[in-house]
Design a protein around this ligand. Structure first.
Ligand SMILES: NC(=O)c1ccc[n+]([C@@H]2O[C@H](COP(=O)([O-])OP(=O)(O)OC[C@H]3O[C@@H](n4cnc5c(N)ncnc54)[C@H](O)[C@@H]3O)[C@@H](O)[C@H]2O)c1
Length: 251
């Protein structure tokens, strides 16, 4: 069950964190796995392709390179992303907005545009990485949250458009995950803040996110398309607690 034997998979952002865990999981399930990243993935058995997902020419060239050996790509995971947080609207710069959208939105769009060209007649899988903040609002992370909301909508639009080619398009919306993007920030306030508000009471490990990607990549998930699957310890299910008094309604 859930075997990926002889499937060709491409994972963007495969050199670190969630992407690295997906690469490892797909390799274990029997797939031939390529990572497209700015840096080399040091994972035994994975094939590293260097490129920038925000550049359409890079995506087109590297997907063709990944397809060259077998003639096709079965699974494309559009996962590479940057996470600018801790920025109030008053400090939001054009550079931050631009780069966040170029990587997190354009990067996924280029994958959705060019991935299908290399997918076989029997169909394929596209799985995008959004975030719980693409579903609920957060303070101090507007550029990031809005970019991830765009990935939610792109997933639904692509699912409809690509259904006739038997290509399913879904997204995983992780809660906060203990990856270098999160743990490399000294005394990151997001860690206690999010874990205390997550019903399951802790942050996720990358492997727990990768297992959901594995399921959606498998033949068993053939009838799932256009779905946004939260893997977030329940944080988008609703308020875990409410400890702020509302403003005085009489003022
Ligand atoms: N860590 C979390 O809490 C969390 C939560 C929800 C969603 N996500 C999303 O998961 C994805 C992976 O995040 P992560 O936490 O594993 O981050 P990470 O920083 O550990 O890994 C991201 C990888 O993407 C690569 N990358 C960045 N920009 C790129 C570009 N322009 N072209 C190619 N590769 C590029 C990086 O080199 C890195 O290897 C991102 O889309 C992120 O927004 C993360």
């Amino acid at each position: 069950m859930f075997g990926l034997d002889n499937k060709v998979a491409v994972v963007t952002g495969g050199a670190s964190g969630i992407g690295e865990a997906i690469v490892q999981r797909f390799l274990k399930a029997g797939a031939i796995v390529y990572s497209i990243d700015l840096v080399n993935a040091s994972i035994e058995g994975a094939i590293s392709l260097l490129g920038d997902v925000s550049k359409e020419a890079d995506i087109e060239r590297l997907l063709a390179q990944a397809a060259a050996a077998t003639g096709y790509i079965d699974i494309l995971v559009n996962n590479a992303g940057i996470q600018p947080l801790g920025i109030p609207f008053s400090d939001l710069t054009e550079t931050t907005l631009r780069r966040t959208f170029e990587v997190n939105v354009h990067g996924v769009a280029f994958g959705v545009k060019h991935g299908p060209t290399f997918m076989p007649e029997r169909g394929g899988r596209i799985i995008n990485t959004t975030s719980f903040v693409g579903i609920i609002g957060i303070p101090l992370g507007s550029a990031y949250a809005v970019s991830k909301a765009a990935v939610v909508q792109m997933t639904k639009c692509a699912a409809i458009e690509l259904a006739a080619k038997r290509i399913t398009v879904n997204a995983i919306a992780p809660g906060t995950v203990l990856t270098p993007a999160v743990t490399n920030i000294p005394n990151n306030p997001e860690i206690p803040f999010v874990s205390s508000r997550t019903p399951l009471g802790r942050l996720a490990k990358s492997a727990e996110i990768a297992s959901a990607f594995h399921f959606l990549a498998s033949d068993e998930a053939a009838y799932i398309t256009g779905a946004i699957l939260p893997v977030d310890g329940g944080i988008t299910a609703g308020w875990e607690r409410y400890d702020l008094p509302p403003p005085d309604p009489h003022m």
